[in-house]
Design a protein around this ligand. Structure first.
Ligand SMILES: [Zn+2]
Length: 314
C-alpha cells in the first residue's frame, strides 16, 4: 500500500476522518506504508489495541506505538482534534494565532491551543533540507523592538534576521530565514554556507559583512536591487504584526520557520498535512524536545539549529 495522500477539501477531511479509528488507520498507513513489520522479529501479523494506540506483534508480543515521535505523543487530545488542527494550520494561508486556533478547534484552554500550535510549528522544521542554488538574494532585516528607534544596521532592541531567496526567472522560488546575532563577516558567511549551495551566485548589498563570500566558494554580485528578499521581509513583517500581533524574541525563530514552511509550500499547502503531524520520514522525535516546558514557561525555546551560529548567539 502506498503512503496515503492528504485531504484536499474540508469535505474530504470529514469523509476521511469521521472518528478516532479512521485517524488511527491513517497513522498506521503513514508510518508503515508497506505494511507493519515487527522491529524485533520481522513478523507481519499484529493485534491492534486502539485504546492504547498500539500494534502488538502476534508472534513475539512486541508493542509498537502508532504515535511515538509524532506531535500527538503523550497528548490527551483526541487524534481527530490533532488532525483538524493540522488541516487548519496547513490550509489557512496566513497561519493562525493561538486565539484564532483555540476558537476554531473549540478548545477551552488557551494554553492547550498554544502548546498544540507550537508542536505543529516544531514539525515545520525540516532537518537536512536542500540548500538554495542558482541566483540567490541575501540580506538582513531588523524585527521587533518596543520603542521607535534607529533603524538599519546597529538598531537597538531589535532582532536581526538574515534571509535568502533563490530566483527562478522573474520569481522567488524558496526562502530561508534565520535569527542571527550580528552582521559580521563570520556570521553572514556562515548563514550563506548553511543555506546556499557552493558555486551559486549570491546577490547582496555592499555591506562589508558579505566580503568573504567569494573566498567561501560563491560568485558574489553587489547590487542595490534586491527586490525579492525585500518583498519577503516586508510580507514577513506584515504577517508577524497582522496575524500574531508581534512575537517575542524567544519564539521568533519558530515563527520564521512557519513562514518559510508556508512560503515554500504555497502551491500545495495541504501536502504538508502529514509533515506537520510529525509523520514525515526520518524526522520523528527530538524536534519536540522541551516544547512542554516552553508552553508552560518553564523552559526556553530550544530550536534544532546550526551549532556554529548557536555558539555565536550565546
Ligand atoms: Zn515480533
Amino acid at each position: 500500500m502506498p503512503r496515503p495522500s492528504f485531504p484536499k477539501t474540508i469535505f474530504e477531511f470529514n469523509q476521511w476522518f469521521p472518528d478516532e479509528e479512521a485517524c488511527l488507520k491513517f497513522l498506521i498507513q503513514s508510518r508503515w506504508p508497506d505494511g507493519f513489520i515487527c522491529p524485533r522479529c520481522s513478523h507481519t501479523d499484529y493485534y491492534w489495541i486502539p485504546t492504547r494506540k498500539l500494534l502488538q506483534c502476534k508472534k513475539c508480543g512486541y508493542q509498537a506505538s502508532v504515535i511515538a515521535g509524532t506531535v500527538m505523543h503523550r497528548s490527551k487530545m483526541p487524534l481527530r482534534v490533532w488532525f483538524q488542527a493540522a488541516y487548519l494550520v496547513t490550509t489557512h494561508t496566513p497561519g493562525m494565532s493561538a486565539l484564532q486556533f483555540q476558537r476554531q478547534i473549540g478548545l477551552s484552554s488557551y494554553q492547550t491551543a498554544f502548546t498544540m500550535l507550537h508542536k505543529l510549528r516544531a514539525a515545520m522544521v525540516r532537518g537536512g533540507r536542500d540548500r538554495l542554488s542558482g541566483m540567490v538574494e541575501v540580506d538582513e532585516t531588523y524585527i521587533g523592538g518596543e520603542r521607535a528607534g534607529p533603524t538599519g544596521r546597529g538598531a537597538l532592541g531589535k532582532v536581526i534576521v538574515a534571509g535568502a531567496v533563490d530566483i527562478r526567472g522573474k520569481y522567488a522560488n524558496r526562502v530561508r530565514l534565520r535569527v542571527i546575532p550580528n552582521v559580521t563577516q563570520a556570521t553572514l558567511t556562515e548563514f550563506v554556507k548553511e543555506n546556499v549551495l557552493d558555486g551559486s551566485t549570491v546577490k547582496s548589498d555592499d555591506w562589508l559583512g558579505y566580503n568573504k563570500l567569494t573566498g567561501a566558494g560563491y560568485k558574489h554580485i553587489v547590487s542595490t536591487e534586491l527586490i525579492h528578499i525585500h518583498r519577503v521581509f516586508s510580507n514577513l513583517k506584515t504577517w508577524l504584526r497582522g496575524t500574531h500581533h508581534g512575537v517575542s524574541k524567544q519564539h521568533l525563530q519558530a515563527y520564521l520557520n512557519e513562514y518559510v514552511f508556508r512560503f515554500n509550500r504555497r502551491g500545495t499547502p495541504m501536502a504538508a498535512f502529514q509533515t506537520i503531524l510529525g509523520l514525515a520520514k526520518g524526522r520523528l522525535g527530538p524536534t519536540y524536545r522541551g516544547l512542554y516546558g516552553v508552553a508552560k514557561g518553564q523552559k526556553a525555546w530550544e530550536h534544532p539549529t546550526n551549532p556554529i551560529l548557536e555558539r555565536l548567539l550565546s
